[in-house]
Design a protein around this ligand. Structure first.
Ligand SMILES: [Mn+2]
Length: 431
């Protein structure tokens, strides 16, 4: 007998991979763990008749000659298969998209870094010319969408999009997908979100806009990560934390979300004993009060120095400029030649004003010999090298200006332009 297993707390990528692997290994029995995520459970309650799943308990494991593992690479993630761990007489195939190496040693594997494992299996199904129904196409697409955040997570690859395109061609139903992939966000989560918003503390630490909310919860509450994501979006800060104290175990669950590249919330959670990646992280903390954790968090952010990009990396230097006495005619020529939309006006290295292309419209024909100081604006928005890049970007956007002089001790030491901002947002900084 051959069996196919996906990970516990099965999500759509795992479920879709199970079903897809059943097509690639005819006769193999797919095993569904007893714990599946909430959306998968609702999906299965409607589609149960279509699929034939068993659990490891239902089977006599001694007759197995091949184990196919999908969307996982560690034994602890599989349910009821520990007896197979030491068996040397079975083949083990792994289909997985997780980049880190696990402890299941395969005899054969296809492990590519992709947005979803389903993509790998859909590719194999296509190569072998196997036909599948629109319902399967819908499930496969749900798998890819779920693990790639509807093809928006940075882990998404061109192969995921190609597989998604194929599934749409095979009549995957996007309306059904919208229903089955709805966030695990029920009345309980809504109530928590409202409480978080009511008890929110906003602060500015080390240049980051940060927000913390502390709540007491009674027992395990699903969907907290989703709630904190939503919370960060609504309060619109760079970094948001929810500190949830479980009144039964007296442990605190800390969930963090970062909306900016320059702050790696996973790194901060790792110091707390948890984990995560740049945008999302969490930790469970024993023996600490929510207030204590809040203080710790703001200190950690205060000390956060792993800014990948500093203002000095981003700014241009030397700064092209004109002096206050430069005639407007010359200013217009320089702006045109250099393709600038504006330029600082400087006396030595002191900033006295800024002139933009827009100001040229105010110049009457007899005024072209007049000095720029008569037309420049004297109120100039600037930053210092002590600002974070995120702050500088916010200032650019808030004032809708094209350039931001960087000023230190009254001297202009550089300038940040809109195109520098694009470089920052699109990560184009050379290493
Ligand atoms: Mn997956």
């Amino acid at each position: 007998m051959q069996i196919i297993s996906a990970h516990k707390n099965t999500d759509f990528d795992a479920l879709a991979s199970l079903v897809a692997a059943s097509m690639l290994y005819p006769g193999a029995q797919a095993l569904l763990p007893s714990g599946v995520n909430q959306n998968v459970r609702s999906f299965l309650s409607i589609h149960k008749d279509i699929f034939d799943f068993k659990t490891a308990k239902d089977l006599d494991l001694s007759s197995i000659y091949r184990l196919i593992v999908v969307d996982a690479n560690r034994w602890v993630r599989l349910e009821g298969l520990d007896p197979l761990m030491r068996r040397t007489d079975i083949e083990v195939h792994i289909w997985d998209h997780h980049p880190e190496i696990g402890d299941i040693t395969p005899t054969w594997s296809r492990q590519d870094s992709l947005g979803a494992t389903t993509t790998l299996l859909v590719e194999a199904i296509r190569e072998r010319g196997i036909d599948f129904s629109p319902i399967c196409a819908t499930l496969f697409l749900a798998g890819i969408y779920e693990d790639t955040g509807h093809l928006t997570f940075p882990s998404t690859t061109p192969r995921d999009l190609r597989a998604a395109a194929l599934l749409l061609e095979r009549h995957a139903d996007l309306k059904v997908i919208q229903t089955i992939l709805r966030p695990t966000y029920g009345p309980q989560q809504k109530e928590i979100l409202f409480r978080m918003l009511a008890d929110t503390r906003r602060m500015k630490v080390n240049g980051y806009r940060m927000s913390v909310s502390k709540l007491e919860l009674d027992g395990h509450t699903p969907g907290l990560a989703e709630v904190v994501s939503m919370y960060r979006n609504i309060v619109n800060v760079d970094v948001a934390f929810g500190i949830f104290r479980d009144t039964r175990t007296e442990r605190c669950m800390v969930i963090g979300r970062s909306g900016i590249d320059s702050f790696d919330v996973g790194a901060v959670m790792r110091i707390l004993g948890g984990g995560g990646h740049a945008g999302a992280g969490s930790a469970i903390v024993k023996d600490a009060t929510p207030d204590g954790i809040e203080v710790w968090l703001s200190e950690a952010i205060q000390d956060y120095r792993q800014l990948p990009v500093q203002i000095s990396d981003l700014m241009s230097f030397p700064v092209d400029h004109v002096t206050p006495e430069t005639p407007m005619k010359e200013v217009a020529t320089v702006l045109n030649e250099k393709g600038y939309s504006g330029m600082p006006v400087m006396e030595e290295d002191r900033l006295v004003g800024i002139i933009s292309r827009r100001d040229l419209n105010k110049v009457k024909s007899r005024q072209w010999q007049s000095p720029v100081k008569a037309f420049m604006s004297r109120k100039v928005v600037t930053v210092t090298p002590m600002h974070t890049v995120a702050e500088a970007m916010r200032i650019l956007i808030k004032h809708d200006i094209g350039r931001l002089p960087v000023v230190q001790d009254d001297r202009v030491i550089g300038i940040i332009s809109r195109s520098d901002a694009m470089i920052y947002y699109y990560d184009l900084i050379p290493e």
